[in-house]
Design a protein. Structure first.
Length: 111
């Protein structure tokens, strides 16, 4: 299958774009030890944000075996990504449901 290049996609301001990213980065005491995977995603995320898309980035940390475990929280990643992008990166409080939808709506275009 040939996928079109990112620049060939018709993205209008306000479009929501779901991006599967690999932000499963090594953490120690809640701090990111190596941000290579996050940095590698920046060109794609920046391209979409600059075009006015609302970007929903999905990832995971570790292998929580289907249980909620604070040590696998994406909060450190969202905080670090926010610093790298120079803009807020909201973190949905859950994986699904109205809380996720509310987070996306509140983020708005270019977020």
């Amino acid at each position: 299958m040939n996928l079109p290049p990112l620049d060939d996609l018709e993205i209008e301001e306000g479009n929501r774009v779901l991006v599967r990213v690999d932000f499963n980065v090594p953490l120690r005491d809640g701090k990111i030890e190596d941000d290579l995977r996050i940095v590698a995603a920046l060109p794609t995320l920046t391209n979409l944000l600059d075009r006015g898309a609302t970007v929903v980035a999905c990832s995971h940390l570790g292998r929580p075996q289907g249980k909620v475990d604070e040590k696998y929280s994406m909060a450190p990643v969202a905080e670090h990504l926010s610093a790298l992008l120079g803009r807020p990166v909201p973190l949905a409080p859950r994986l699904y449901g109205s809380h996720v939808e509310d987070t996306i709506i509140e983020a708005g275009p270019g977020a």
